[in-house]
Design a protein around this ligand. Structure first.
Ligand SMILES: [Zn+2]
Length: 487
């Protein structure tokens, strides 16, 4: 590979202006929000590799805390496996490697020595983890085994890269891997994973569809794949999570066996499921507005920004009131920041809207005349609240904030899931929303549909029944399938 293809152009960062491109111009808006809200810095000189700013990193961590909590509460334990995978292990599973081979970064030298066996930077970790499962699993009493890790993975993306969405270094790949005694238990595990992911996305306010991916789009080496997609404002869907039933496929390849209750050696049945930092891109894209981020209460690094309105003569009194409010909110475990920078109030308002703080509290001399503070919601609604009631009022906002955010986004997604009975009708939907069509379920017909609609067949929607005719071939529609243009 040429050096040029690995490097990105370093751009010069301009001054922070007090406005963003309108969200309708989604691509420009997205890049500018990432930059000005200090989520990612894209100036790192390797294509497809980006830097988390501290603010973005904290947001990411809080999002992943939600995810990890869901996994732990369902009996998954966190572990960590090495970044480097020996070539022989990576190449063992034929279908798997056929799909990943073109995307693998290799280490073939160490110091001045050529390595006898090249090492791959993990593109995903099945082939790092399952040789260890082989050593760990002896008997049926070792099952089920449910572990997860959050690690960076590497893929040599040749398409246009995009921060958080299409990367050469995925910095935060949460991958869970499970092993079970029977096919039925693996299937039940898929259901559990779908439930954990569903609750996770709801907790970060991101609505989704769940589809069973068509055979040509399943995880290489899996029996079948379910995927979560959300709709971004430009009409493209973003795959934000996948759940795979691996059957005995990898167990046979890596010889992962256990002794059952009758003393027989049998292969384990496996599942794996993953979520990347695309979930952070979804939070940003789904909720943001012309003024910047709108972060759910659950994950906002700053939930309440306190802005003093200072005039000569009353500064001391105002700062005292601000400090008191900050302290009382902090005592209640609310993530509060008193913005005592030298910037003008207007700049501070812009900053905290941009960074998606759900609530801003302004206190100035006029508010103090009536012992009040001004609460301003992220949507711009202003309420005068007595100083002594500020904590209760903020708690009241917090209790309904995320539910409202999710309901609003879920209603939007529902509006964009549009049923189409004809190819012509579906064509008008794909590209701005998700077309829901009857599909016979046949591969050939599905692929032809993708071509005719210039979109991707996401697969059979898990919460809808097929009815009427397949819009591709006119035979009976076995499923209701979603078709969209995708990232
Ligand atoms: Zn058909």
């Amino acid at each position: 590979m040429s050096e040029e293809s690995l490097l990105t152009t370093v751009s010069i960062e301009g001054p922070l202006s007090m406005s963003l491109p309108p969200k309708e111009e989604f691509s420009e808006w997205y890049n500018e929000v990432l930059r000005t809200a200090e989520i990612m810095d894209v100036r790192y000189p390797v294509k497809g590799m980006y830097v988390w700013h501290p603010f973005g990193f904290e947001l990411k961590d809080r999002v992943y805390d939600e995810l990890k909590a869901g996994l732990r509460s369902t009996g998954h334990d966190e572990a960590m496996f090495p970044l480097l995978i020996p070539r022989t292990e990576l190449m063992k599973e034929g279908e798997h490697i056929a799909d990943f081979e073109k995307e693998v970064f290799w280490v073939d030298r160490a110091g001045v020595d050529e390595l006898e066996e090249p090492l791959a930077l993990r593109p995903t970790s099945e082939t790092a983890i399952y040789p260890m499962f082989r050593l760990w699993i002896r008997s049926h009493t070792d099952l089920p085994l449910k572990v997860f890790q959050v690690v960076n993975t590497f893929r040599y993306e040749t398409e246009h890269t995009r921060p958080l969405i299409r990367l050469r270094e995925i910095t935060s790949f949460k991958e869970a891997h499970t092993a079970h005694a029977s096919a039925g238990e693996a299937e039940a595990q898929v259901d559990e994973a779908l439930g954990v992911y569903g609750e996770f996305f709801e907790s970060i306010g991101v609505p989704f569809t769940v589809t069973r991916r068509p055979s040509w789009d399943k995880f290489p080496g899996a029996e079948y794949t379910y995927a979560f997609d959300t709709l971004m404002p430009n009409g493209r869907t973003l795959q934000i999570g996948t759940v795979h039933n691996l059957g005995e496929n990898f167990a046979e390849t890596f010889d992962v066996t256990f002794e059952d209750e009758d003393g027989e050696q049998r292969h384990v049945h496996q599942t794996c499921y993953g979520i990347s930092e695309r979930c952070v891109a979804a939070v940003i894209g789904v909720h943001g507005d012309d003024n910047g981020l709108r972060l759910p209460w659950s994950v906002a690094p700053v939930q309440v920004a306190v802005v003093p309105i200072l005039f000569a003569g009353s500064e001391e009194e105002v700062m005292e009131a601000c400090l008191d409010v900050e302290e009382r909110l902090d005592e209640e475990g609310i993530r509060v920041e008193l913005d005592d920078s030298d910037d003008r109030p207007g700049e501070k308002f812009f900053r905290w809207e941009l960074r998606g703080a759900p609530v801003r509290i302004e206190i100035g001399p006029r508010d103090l005349e009536s012992d009040c503070a001004k609460l301003v919601s992220r949507e711009g609604e202003e309420t005068a609240v007595p100083l002594e009631g500020v904590v209760e009022r903020v708690q009241a906002v917090a209790s309904e904030y995320d539910g409202r955010l999710f309901d609003e986004a879920a209603a939007n997604l529902e509006d964009e899931l549009v049923k189409a009975d004809t190819i012509e009708g579906a064509r008008g939907i794909v590209g701005r929303g998700v077309a829901v069509v009857g599909w016979c379920g046949e591969d050939g017909c599905g692929k032809s549909l993708e071509e005719q609609l210039n979109g991707d067949l996401l697969g059979a929607l898990s919460d809808r029944e097929g009815s009427g005719e397949c819009i591709g071939c006119g035979s009976g529609a076995r499923v209701a399938a979603a078709v969209a243009r995708t990232y």
